[in-house]
Ligand binder design. Structure first.
Ligand code: SOE
Length: 378
């Protein structure tokens, strides 16, 4: 017998859509004891939340998040708002005893993240942060291969997340879809938005980072602000690159920008080990490139593994071998893992506490870019 898990989502933008899609599909493909029920959607605008609820199948709507959190018929709250609301909402959810699924990054900064961790741990509520790229089957396969020791000692970790959507100088900042350009709502630019993904994957695959040396740039210094109507200084980093040391002795190189003309969401990483290397590219997300020096010399080459077979992570739940899946399925996997965690009583990774590690590295990166110095990760 399945048990209902009543979901209340706060925020009905891009992430509200990806998560709602995942709740709707998960029980069709994964056998879980708990089944998400789309109980309520919440956003400030009554018209848009009503349209969102109709489109995705939510039973009811709220325009005040306090009311949603206070409802007895909500078990888990999904926070899909801009980053500046994560802390207040998560603490209120914890105090109300709700489970929390919070969109990444955890918070605006480490201090906020610490408060959020303390609140969920005090209340003992189940919590997780949506770092969906861990759950691309090819990325999960990379994790398996590394944990099995196939790469041997790791020397290098390289990652990029490149976009080009903010190059136009007349693109405003603030409000609706453009809050990511507004430092007051986002906390940072590409560091919290894009590098946070790269960092989460990196520390999951390759362990913790000890120190960083970073540079950032804001190419367009002022933009019209949609909420005030005035031209205001831009406070976010448009581009960020950093190098780092991992605790295992390997060297890291990370770059992210929204000014790489021609790239829409080019998230790539490469890991070089003593015996083998791995490469992955979000634009070809169902493939994992693998090179193993131990192969017979005449046949030694990069293999392109089509990660679609039944023994590949998550894939037995989908179609038949050879048929691939895509971006939205990573969110379905996260919900499936979350539900399985509820069933087994095991916290689903990354918890708030684990996501705080990414936040610490982001803060160290921004601080290093300011000081121009190598900076330890707190
Ligand atoms: C921004 O463009 C964005 O949508 C991020 O906010 C997401 O986290 C990333 O996965 C894709 O790019």
């Amino acid at each position: 017998m399945t048990k209902p898990l009543n979901i209340g989502v706060i925020g009905c933008g891009f992430m509200g859509r990806t998560h709602s899609n995942a709740y709707n599909r998960v029980s069709n493909f994964f056998k879980t004891e708990y089944k998400p029920v789309l109980k309520a959607a919440c956003a400030r605008s009554a018209d848009s939340v009503k349209a969102f609820a109709e489109q995705w199948g939510y039973e009811s709507v709220e325009t005040d998040w306090r009311k949603l959190i206070a409802r007895d018929d909500i078990d888990a709250v999904d926070i899909c708002t801009p980053n500046n609301l994560h802390k207040e909402l998560a603490i209120a959810c914890a105090e109300a005893g709700k489970m929390i699924l919070c969109e990444k990054p955890l918070a605006m900064n480490v201090a906020e993240g610490e408060e959020m961790c303390a609140a969920v741990e005090k209340a003992g509520v189940v919590n997780t942060v949506w770092y969906n790229y861990r759950r691309v089957p090819a990325v999960t396969l990379a994790k398996q291969l590394i944990d099995e020791g196939k790469l041997g000692r790791i020397f290098h970790y390289r990652a990029n997340f490149l976009q080009d959507w903010t190059i136009a100088e007349d693109l405003p900042q603030g409000g609706a879809a453009l809050w990511r350009l507004d430092a007051a709502a986002a906390g940072s630019g590409v560091t919290g938005d894009l590098l946070a993904h790269c960092i989460d994957t990196a520390i999951w695959l390759n362990g913790g980072v000890t120190n960083v040396n970073a540079m950032t740039e804001t190419f367009v210094k002022q933009r019209k602000h949609n909420l005030t109507g005035k031209v205001e200084p831009v406070g976010i980093d448009d581009a960020c690159a950093f190098m780092c040391h991992f605790g295992n002795g390997s060297l890291g190189l990370f770059e992210s920008t929204r000014y790489a003309r021609g790239h829409k969401a080019l998230y790539t990483f490469e890991i070089n080990g003593e015996h083998a290397s791995i490469k992955w590219d979000l634009h070809d997300l169902h493939r994992l490139e693998y090179f193993d020096h131990r192969d017979e010399g005449r046949l030694r080459a990069w293999r392109s593994i089509h990660v679609t077979d039944g023994d590949h992570p998550y894939m037995k739940n989908w179609w038949v071998p050879g048929l691939q899946i895509g971006y939205e399925h990573t969110f379905v996997h996260q919900v499936a893992d979350f539900l399985a965690g509820l069933e087994s009583g095991t916290p689903v990774s990354p918890t708030f506490r684990e996501a705080l590690e990414t936040q610490k590295i982001c803060d160290a990166v921004l601080s290093s870019a300011k000081s121009g110095q190598w900076t330890d990760v707190g």
